[in-house]
Unconditional design. Structure first.
Length: 231
């Protein structure tokens, strides 16, 4: 009897473990997207980041999600991120195939192409959140601080220079080797990008004013995966 009890307990534990690790194959539907509010999407991202930091991200059946998402897409958000390879956007928020639009460019700055992409994501495809994400130890930010001039990088970094100007009130050494200053400029760069979104996209500004979308800035820490939301 004792052996039987141990066997049954072992089986039950195995079943529970199997349930926990069963891959998710579901993809976002139009109906689910419509029901979501901007605040709910933001909370999902916050919760997803907590899972990411704890190492318990959702196990997904990507092959099945690819098949299911092929007929159409209904993402919940659009994220403007840096090109940096250390910032795996979907993983950071524990999101899967079909959940987010991601625009990436070194220094996560706003230009006409990114604005058009955001307008498509929100106005035409139904995304509820615009999230601009800068990050720790950003090479593009350091390049703008150092006034690097090299090929097309020169013109690219010029789009980050306004954030350097915004950061002249920093109390300390204003050099790229000062991590605190680099972070300050990176945060101002995110704030400037949000300002540009609101000023240069009447479509997104109107949607935000109506509460149809939320525009949020965040700073991502490479060292521990945490997020700092910016005001």
């Amino acid at each position: 009897m004792a052996l039987m009890a141990v066997f049954l307990i072992s089986c039950n534990q195995g079943n529970k473990q199997e349930e926990k690790t069963q891959p998710v194959s579901h993809v976002m539907t139009k109906e689910e997207q419509i029901r979501l509010t901007p605040d709910e999407v933001l909370q999902q991202f916050i919760d997803g980041n907590k899972r990411f930091r704890r190492g318990i991200t959702t196990v997904r059946d990507h092959s099945e999600q690819v098949r299911k998402s092929a007929p159409g897409q209904f993402p919940k958000a659009v994220i403007l991120s840096c090109l940096d390879s250390r910032v795996p956007v979907e993983d950071v928020f524990d999101q899967g195939l079909g959940d987010v639009f991601v625009g990436r460019v070194a220094g996560n700055f706003v230009n006409e192409d990114q604005l058009g992409s955001m307008e498509f994501a929100c106005k035409l495809a139904g995304a509820k959140l615009v999230l601009v994400m800068g990050h720790q130890h950003c090479g593009a930010i350091k390049g703008a601080i150092d006034d690097v001039k090299l090929g097309n990088i020169t013109a690219m970094l010029a789009k980050i220079k306004p954030a350097v100007k915004m950061s002249q009130d920093f109390q300390g050494k204003k050099i790229s080797k000062n991590d605190e200053y680099v972070k300050y400029v990176a945060e101002n760069n995110v704030k400037y990008a949000i300002q540009q979104i609101r000023e240069k996209s009447p479509i997104l500004k109107e949607m935000e004013d109506k509460g149809e979308i939320k525009i949020v800035g965040v700073f991502y820490n490479l060292t521990d995966g945490t997020l700092e939301f910016l005001k």
